[in-house]
Design a protein around this ligand. Structure first.
Ligand SMILES: [Zn+2]
Ligand SMILES: [Zn+2]
Length: 256
């Protein structure tokens, strides 16, 4: 690739569109070992893809699972972990009309093409049009957009890879959001909060009067409680003692 097409991180999105971006990323090279901060190259988005400047990212336990993995198919290295994030669209590939440069977006690991039978069905959220079985590359063509400075491919995780200043995500894995929401809160909507809310709302379909057991009060567990609280218990005072009790139980559990 000619050096004229290689640009350093630049705040001006229009000057980087269509070019390789060189930026920093936290690379997972060896299972269970510390991530390594390196400069990498990020390719421009291909058709149907979006390049995103990551503004905030957080750690989901699934990242830890991939990081620790020593057996295939989960053990793939080197890799850029992270799939809970918020960012701004730097540029888009051909045919992308859903978002444009400057939009605030959430990358999400579960895609929605909006066209296939499963995406249209209210009973499923598992897209059957773009099936990314290996969780280490782009869902449309199975290739990657990251390289280290020696030219070695760096693999993706869960269709997102957010532990980098720039990433490329398929547009079916991007949700545009309002710019009003604080970034550190928006970030959690990308995986943990939507997982917990969805579990109580869409999957378990918790009804008024249901008895609900929640194991663990991390981002997912607390989001289950938020859904129940917003829907059913907003005006009932007993939810607070219940929350405190469950926090104590979790603290005891973590000390075992
Ligand atoms: Zn997650
Ligand atoms: Zn689909």
């Amino acid at each position: 690739m000619p050096s004229s097409e290689l640009v350093m991180d630049n705040k001006n999105a229009s000057s980087t569109a269509g070019k390789i971006i060189r930026c920093r990323a936290a690379i997972s090279r060896i299972p269970g070992k510390p991530l390594v901060m390196e400069e990498i190259e990020v390719d421009p988005p291909k058709a149907g893809e979006v390049r995103i400047k990551i503004l905030c990212t957080s750690l989901c336990h699934s990242d830890v699972t991939f990081w620790r993995s020593t057996q295939p198919p989960m053990a793939v290295f080197p890799r850029i972990l992270g799939h809970e994030a918020v960012g701004v669209v730097e540029s888009v590939g051909g045919g992308v009309e859903e978002v444009r440069e400057g939009d605030l977006v959430l990358p999400v690991f579960q895609g929605d093409c909006g066209e296939c039978r499963d995406c249209k069905s209210p009973k499923s959220n598992i897209c059957s049009k773009f099936v990314n079985k290996d969780n280490q590359s782009m869902p449309r063509d199975g290739t990657n957009r990251f390289r280290d400075l020696k030219g070695e491919v760096i693999h993706n995780v869960l269709n997102v890879s957010s532990f980098t200043e720039y990433t490329v995500v398929d547009v079916t894995h991007v949700v545009k959001i309002t710019p009003d929401i604080p970034l550190d809160i928006a970030c959690l909507l990308s995986c943990g909060v939507s997982t917990g809310l969805g579990a109580a709302w869409k999957v378990a379909e918790v009804e008024e009067g249901s008895t609900v057991a929640i194991f663990g009060l991390g981002a997912v567990g607390l989001s289950v409680l938020i859904r129940i609280h917003l829907k059913f218990t907003r005006h009932t005072p007993h939810i607070l003692p219940t929350l405190i009790l469950m926090s104590e139980v979790q603290e005891m559990y973590s000390q075992l």
